[in-house]
Ligand binder design. Structure first.
Ligand code: HEM
Length: 425
């Protein structure tokens, strides 16, 4: 997603607004659109040419309400704008598209495997793989940080899900095909629908096979071996998950884990290349370390939106939403709300308070928050200890997607620190 700091006096005519079009996020100025809507029509109806239509909420408080009030706004019919109007077949069977109480029953046993303490045994392996990924960074030749950061989260999800390393590149690609089927770089036969189908089919078949492999050698530790084993052994209200439910949750876990984390760092570096003072402050200030990371999450907002459907007629921001209508909470807009974040288009590594909602809000708040923060922390320490400054080596290219705000290519030259003890690492 292109991240700009729009002129406060600028606006987009409401009739020209199209938040559905994935090209807006690759080539346009979504922040100018959201700035306009927050001021002029914070709850905004958009008709699509095919007869569908949806509400957009763009202010912080309204986004939090839509994401958290599951009695008024259900996840069960689907959570992604691209699928608007088509009920998700996994509704009620996959955690991300279920409402409490069933959602809570599935989530709890998975949560236990994703706490900071549960991740400790994996850290040496994760650290070593991150070092390997970053090895070519300081060759003083152009290095595509976008490609490296797109691959980064699979290092962590691979360990947590027990996925063999040789399968990682194929899964990363299928993740991109799923969240950005309109992006020509990842398309099958130049067809977004065929791309989505191929990715979907490939991922479901892959995880069905992973389940079969584990069934052939279950062992008493299956439930604690990895997240797939946990899904295979948990019971929900007295019954085990069906194979369809296990596979659907593997799919959702992989996508949740793989398509966001690295973009936080690409977006931060893209900005800080022109803001050396902030880069230095962040790299050298252990006390301000965490606030810098939180600010990078707010700044990048790699999950741009989530969708809900109104369960009954409900009012929000003075607008009447009819039962059954789709409502999109634009997280990336909430994170720039002027009423909550003073000077929201300034990247401030010491920003406090910073109540960003990049991981969402309410019962579906990201289950991988600790995993993502740990990944970002390790990667940043490695970067800050080795790189004195970055310089652009070409134009960045943004993912064509209204869901994942990502940078697919970011050519940079990383100039190494002479004294490697500098930096917060
Ligand atoms: C910076 C990185 C990440 C960001 C910004 C992010 C963002 C989000 C957001 C906004 C939600 C809320 C969905 C909703 O309200 O419907 C969510 C849910 C979820 N995330 Fe993440 N995520 C990240 C990393 C991860 C990682 C590393 C994992 C796995 C290890 C993960 C797995 C999931 C899953 C499974 C859900 C669904 C949770 C539920 O329905 O209760 N995410 N994430």
């Amino acid at each position: 997603m292109r991240i700009t700091a729009p002129d406060p006096a600028a606006r987009v005519p409401l009739a020209d607004i199209d938040l559905y079009d994935p090209r807006l996020y690759a080539h346009g100025d979504p922040h100018l659109v959201w700035q306009t809507l927050r001021r002029e029509q914070p709850v905004f109806w958009q008709d699509l040419p095919d007869g569908r239509g949806f509400w957009s909420v763009t202010r912080y408080d309204d986004c939090r309400r839509v994401l958290s009030d599951y009695t008024s706004f259900t996840s069960q019919r689907g959570a992604i704008l691209k699928m608007l109007g088509t009920d998700d077949p996994a509704g009620g069977h996959q955690m991300a598209v279920s409402d409490p109480p069933r959602h809570t029953h599935v989530r709890k046993p998975l949560e236990e495997m994703l706490t900071p303490a549960a991740m400790v045994p994996y850290l040496p392996k994760i650290r070593a793989s991150i070092r390997e990924l970053l090895a070519p960074m300081c060759d003083e030749k152009p290095w595509d940080m976008g490609v490296a950061m797109t691959a980064l989260p699979m290092i962590v999800s691979g360990v947590l899900m027990g996925i063999p390393e040789e399968d990682h590149p194929g899964l990363v690609r299928k993740g991109l095909m799923t969240v950005a089927p309109d992006d020509e770089e990842f398309q099958v036969r130049n067809d977004p629908d065929a791309t989505l189908r191929a990715a979907h089919h490939g991922l479901f078949a892959y995880f069905a096979e992973q389940v079969r492999i584990r069934r052939r050698a279950p062992g008493p530790d299956l439930g604690s071996r990895d997240l797939i084993g946990r899904l295979m052994t948990m019971t929900v209200e007295g019954s085990p998950l069906t194979d369809g439910e296990i596979v659907a949750n593997c799919y959702s876990m992989l996508l949740g884990a793989n398509v966001n984390t690295g973009h936080v760092l690409s977006a931060a570096v893209l900005h800080l290349m022109d803001d050396f003072a902030q880069y230095d402050r962040w790299a050298s200030d252990e006390a301000g370390w965490k606030t810098g990371l939180t600010e990078a999450l707010r700044w990048s907002s790699p999950v741009v939106h989530f969708l809900r459907y109104a369960v009954e007629d409900v009012e929000i921001g003075g607008q009447r939403i009819r039962a059954g209508q789709g409502v999109v909470a634009w997280i990336a807009s909430a994170n720039r709300d002027e009423d909550v974040f003073p000077d929201p288009f300034r990247f401030d590594v010491r920003r406090r308070p910073n109540r960003e909602i990049s991981f969402g809000y309410g019962p579906h708040r990201c289950i991988g928050t600790a995993a993502a923060r740990i990944t970002l922390d390790i990667t940043l320490r490695e970067i800050f200890s080795r790189v004195e400054r970055f310089e652009a080596a070409g134009e960045p290219e943004h993912l064509c997607s209204n869901f994942t705000g990502g940078i697919k290519h970011l050519p940079v030259i990383a100039y190494p620190r002479v004294n490697r003890s500098a930096g917060a690492a």
